[in-house]
Design a protein around this ligand. Structure first.
Ligand code: AMP
Length: 536
């Protein structure tokens, strides 16, 4: 264990351990892990140390002993599945696993493949994309990874996982578009963990120096933390260590982690470039590059930084993910890989259908008042609630005003807060101590706030895409949620698009928005638009 030099005797008799003050003897002495920190593989507390023998994160000598005892015991057959082998293409694109062919081989007919894709609204474009899988067991994954998937509660793959996992395992570069909350993170993490586990098993490193094998880029620190957390759950007990490279945390700690030997780097482009230019990190083993929320990366002007990182790698497999796909995203995809298959799940650029949208016309001077009315209404307030605003200062001021006026605890989260503060805000929100958080767009992307069922869009963002992302926070995995949007004449530029979105979701449209003055230029005809009453 790093920092610990205990001998065999201490392992067998933890109560006799003599150790430096730095090393925790018992699991109970260790604190809980903060979001983004490594978790002890045995008890889930803060994984402060790395076990020399197994490379696992561990919190104390007690847990190290438990771990070593556990792995000494006869194990279930854990032969990792071999890599899938692609047979010469036929007109049906047969996809067969190399081993265990009898039980695992599948050759769906074109009709079967098409009907499964139609049922789950999966569309594919590209060269020989394998058929979707209906279970994780079909994917020839390492046994331990299958166990981890089960422990995470993932019984069957979600539609995006059905299609993206077999395609990614086959080594294909992909541009994947799926609704927010559809399980897209696991759809790239499952193949990544499988790849790393197989690689470390088969390729012996002479120098014992484990260079990173996979890199995941996301636009925000919060999303990176969340991806890393999910990766730890899926990679538990496998040779799969991760390093978080994001702003706000000390760089030496991050570099130390990378150099200690890891499989996956998760980071934001800015900090990664900073790190790569200041330190000598060997990237030549990186075989898979994931770029999550590509459209957001482009919107935030990260294009050149992403390309700079890409150029430092040697032609990795590319997995691009986004809930929305635009011409710019497609352009970027084609500049990253010669052959890019496209997988679309659900209807592109459409809001999550599980979110009931309510739009209210409110003049800007009355918005606060309206918000307080909602937050103090037994009928309409459904905590925990996220309120989205347009500026950092606005977030601070509004959260204070909420607390003062309604008596509800409210905190702000935005890019000017330190990483530590942001973590604290998120964890008190997730623990239910704070029922309302006021956030800038930082929280609109990908962040998995499982319990949130209500989103209030106080300031309409600059684009409908962003609006679609923000309201997506109100539902995970198809559970119903509600979003409330405040609009006024100030947002008129977005009305034509907004009307389209609301109509396609069957949501009520405030009569003010339907004023021909706002829509005439963009809509072919206003005939037949019925006036409907709004929910408040
Ligand atoms: P994501 O779209 O990646 O943000 O995932 C949304 C949520 O779905 C996360 O909480 C995941 O842990 C969860 N999830 C992912 N895949 C599955 C699955 N196959 N079954 C159940 N839950 C899942």
């Amino acid at each position: 264990m790093e920092n610990a030099n205990e001998d065999q005797r201490t392992l067998e008799a933890p109560d006799l351990v003599e150790t430096s003050d730095d090393v925790k003897t018992y699991s109970v002495q260790q604190r809980e892990a903060l979001p983004g920190e490594p978790l002890c593989i045995e008890c889930g507390r803060f994984g402060e140390y790395i076990c020399d023998e197994t490379d696992d994160d561990i919190c104390s000598i007690e847990c190290k002993q438990k771990l070593l005892l556990r792995i000494k015991q006869p194990k279930l057959p854990t032969k990792l599945a071999p890599h899938p082998v692609r047979l010469p293409a036929t007109d049906e694109c047969i996809y067969v696993q190399a081993d265990n062919a009898k039980s695992e081989s599948r050759s769906l007919t074109t009709n079967q493949t098409e009907s499964i894709r139609a049922k789950f609204e999966i569309a594919v474009k590209g060269n020989c994309v394998p058929p979707p899988v209906l279970s994780f067991a079909q994917c020839n994954l390492p046994h331990k990874l299958l166990q981890n998937i089960e422990s995470a509660g993932y019984e069957i793959p979600t539609p995006v996982q059905m299609q993206a996992i077999p395609a990614a395992l086959k080594g294909q570069s992909l541009l994947v578009s799926a609704e927010t909350g559809s399980g897209k993170t696991a759809s790239y993490l499952v193949p990544i963990v499988s790849y790393c586990a197989n690689f470390r098993k088969e390729v012996v490193t002479v120098t014992n120096q484990k260079k990173p094998l996979v890199m995941v880029l996301t636009p925000t620190r919060e999303l990176c933390i969340q991806v890393e957390e999910q990766a730890k759950v899926l990679g538990k007990g496998l040779p799969f260590k991760t390093a978080l490279v994001v702003g706000g945390d000390a760089m030496p700690k991050q570099i130390h982690r990378v150099q200690a030997g890891i499989e996956m780097i998760v980071g934001t482009p800015g900090r990664l470039i900073d790190l790569l230019t200041k330190y000598d990190i060997e990237l030549d083993d990186i075989s898979v590059l994931v770029i999550d929320e590509v459209d957001c990366m482009l919107q935030r002007g990260f294009r050149e930084q992403v390309m700079q990182i890409y150029r430092a790698l040697s032609q990795p497999q590319i997995l691009l993910y986004s809930a929305t796909v635009s011409v710019e995203v497609e352009k970027m995809a084609s500049s990253l890989a010669k052959e890019m298959n496209i997988i679309t799940v659900g209807k592109m650029n459409k809001p999550n259908q599980a979110v009931k949208q309510v739009v209210i016309w409110v003049e800007s001077t009355r918005k606060k008042q309206k918000l307080f009315e909602i937050l103090t209404s037994k009928q309409h307030f459904k905590p925990p609630v996220i309120v989205f605003v347009g500026s950092r200062l606005g977030a601070d001021l509004l959260s204070e005003a909420i607390t003062v006026t309604t008596g509800l605890k409210s905190l702000a989260i935005h890019g000017e807060k330190s990483m530590k503060e942001r973590r604290e805000v998120l964890s008190s929100f997730l623990l239910g101590e704070v029922p309302v958080i006021v956030a800038t767009g930082i929280l609109g992307r990908g962040i998995d706030l499982l319990l949130v069922r209500q989103v209030i869009v106080f300031d309409m963002p600059n684009s409908i895409k962003e609006y679609v992302h923000q309201i997506g926070r109100a539902s995970r995995m198809g559970v119903e949620g509600t979003s409330i949007l405040f609009v006024s004449e100030e947002n008129k530029n977005l009305f034509p698009e907004l009307v389209g979105i609301l109509k396609s979701s069957g949501a009520a449209i405030p009569r003010e928005i339907m004023n021909p003055r706002y829509l005439a230029a963009s809509l072919p005809s206003n005939k037949g638009n019925r006036k409907r009453k709004v929910g408040f």
